[in-house]
Design a protein around this ligand. Structure first.
Ligand code: NAD
Ligand code: UGA
Length: 438
């Protein structure tokens, strides 16, 4: 199959490279000329483990190309995937569909011969129909179908998620489009990946329902963690105790400072908006949004209380700034709430993040950056773990203690063992773990 991928961001680039790996001929197009120039030079604009090699292998094999000319890519394609951003719209919290519709209008001008136009971006219900209308208006006799094929990959594990997904959801409404989509995903069908064919609206709702459910699960365990802290229980044991029940499942029960990222925050907001418009309010999701927002804000207060009621004049070392490990993505990261609140309370911040510091320098003015975790800890009065990068788990606590002015750790991801840390002489506070009895 010949595929045009419109948008070479996290989803477009990963999906494009993976489709090429499946054996298809893929052209990724992006309107950011600089991004395309870098990709052509073999530079990967995002941090995603394994992506550089996957892209290089497929470029070398001639199956993957990068271009700025959307018209050429679309004109030659059997399927065109729209993988542009759908950020939160200013003012009302709904998804901003302007990039999707702009892409649809450009695609409409370029289609030649039968083409399936697929939304891979996360789009509110009704968007697929609107994309079809835009194309039909521009090409009344054009031969095309629309399809909805939401993407479920996670940043940091994107290739594995794409190559071995739990399922593929495809909204299509003609046999011809279904055949094209089935041919594209044939390699996954061969490894028995469940293929869920639905109508277009169902596929669109499925994506939001999935993200909202996961966001709810995280928020649930976060509130249980709050309870555990008050009553001397350990949230990890609770999560294991409930998660071993197959109906609940163990994944996404890791407590933390609140979910962030480019998707859960914006997608829960957009779902709540869609549902209110449809007169079927999602009150659980609305609560999740509110609880998560206030949690992120409350985390700075947790650090202040742990520090004896004030952080004025203190040096705070922050480990991890990105919204999760293995990505350089800072979108809606909890650090964006926590760090400014600590600065406002009078603390000086020195941070270390393995991949996010370039972006953080833009978003978090006034903080210092260290080259290593130990350097960040040097002379610090408190160390706060915000993101659970794997390398932080391997830090030598003794070296950290020697480097710090006062050995105090607030571990918002529970990467350290509380008893071990306290045994080494740290004042230590995690999330949802019993405090030492006094
Ligand atoms: P992104 O911002 O990283 O990338 C979007 C790209 O599209 C940008 O490079 C932009 O320049 C390009 N673009 C916009 N309009 C264009 C046009 N008309 N022509 C060509 N290029 C254009 O976004 P992303 O994180 O890849 O997300 C894309 C969509 O996928 C969103 O709807 C998101 O919700 C969804 N999604 C994201 C993830 C994720 O992990 N990031 C996972 C699943 C789904
Ligand atoms: C999420 C979903 O997991 C993907 O399936 C989906 O495709 C994607 O959104 C999307 O629609 O874009 P992602 O945002 O990359 O993927 O990352 P997650 O691993 O889901 O983490 C999201 C946030 O939840 C992070 O801030 C993370 O720290 C937090 N989280 C996750 C927890 O606090 N606890 C957990 O147990 C899991």
């Amino acid at each position: 199959m010949r595929i045009a991928m419109i948008g070479a961001g996290y989803v477009g680039l990963v999906s494009g490279a993976c489709f090429a790996q499946f054996g298809h001929d893929v052209v990724c197009v992006d309107k950011e000329a600089d991004k395309i120039a870098r990709l052509r030079r073999g530079e990967i604009p995002i941090y995603e483990p394994g992506l550089e090699k996957l892209v290089a292998d497929n470029v070398r094999s001639g199956r993957l190309e990068f271009g700025s000319n959307l018209g050429d890519a679309v004109g030659n394609a059997d399927a065109v995937f729209i993988a542009v951003g759908t950020p939160t719209r200013r003012g009302d919290g709904h998804a901003d569909l302007s990039y999707v519709y702009a892409a649809a209008a450009e695609i409409a001008e370029a289609i030649r011969g039968y083409t399936v136009v697929v939304t891979k971006s996360t789009v509110p219900v009704g968007t697929g129909r609107e994309v079809a209308r835009i194309i039909r208006e521009a090409q009344p006799s054009g031969e095309f179908d629309v399809a909805a094929n939401p993407e479920f990959l996670r940043e940091g594990a994107a290739i594995e998620d794409f190559m071995k997904p739990d399922r593929v959801v495809i909204g299509v409404e003609s046999q011809r489009a279904r055949d094209v989509m089935a041919a594209i995903y044939r390699p996954l069908n061969l490894i028995q990946t469940p293929m869920v064919f639905t109508n277009i609206e169902t596929a669109e709702v499925t994506k939001y329902a999935g993200n909202a459910f996961l966001a709810t699960k995280i928020t649930f365990i976060n509130e249980i963690a709050d309870l555990c802290e008050k009553v001397g229980a350990d949230v990890h044991d609770v999560a294991r105790g409930i998660g071993l029940d197959g109906r609940i499942g163990r994944k996404f029960l890791h407590p933390g400072p609140g979910f962030g990222g480019s998707c859960f925050p914006k997608d829960t907001l957009a779902l709540a908006y869609t549902a209110r418009e449809a007169n079927a309010p999602q009150t659980i999701v609305e609560q999740v949004i509110e609880v998560n927002n206030s949690r992120k804000k409350r985390m700075a207060q947790k650090v202040v209380e742990f520090s004896g009621g004030s952080v004025k004049g203190l040096k705070i070392a922050v480990l991890g700034l990105t919204f999760k490990p293995d990505t350089d993505d800072m979108r809606d990261a909890p650090s964006l709430d926590i760090v400014p609140a600590l600065q406002a309370a009078g603390a000086t911040i020195v941070a270390f993040d393995p991949a996010g510091m370039a972006e953080a320098a833009r978003l978090l003015p006034g903080i210092g950056f260290a080259k290593t975790a130990y350097e960040a800890a040097s002379g610090a009065d408190v160390l706060v773990v915000i993101t659970e990068w794997h390398e932080f788990r391997g830090l030598d606590p003794r070296r950290i203690k020697e480097a710090m002015r006062q050995p105090r750790i607030v571990d918002l991801r529970n990467i350290f063992d509380p008893e071990e840390m306290r045994g080494l002489g740290f004042a230590y506070e995690g999330i949802g773990r019993p405090r030492p009895r006094t």
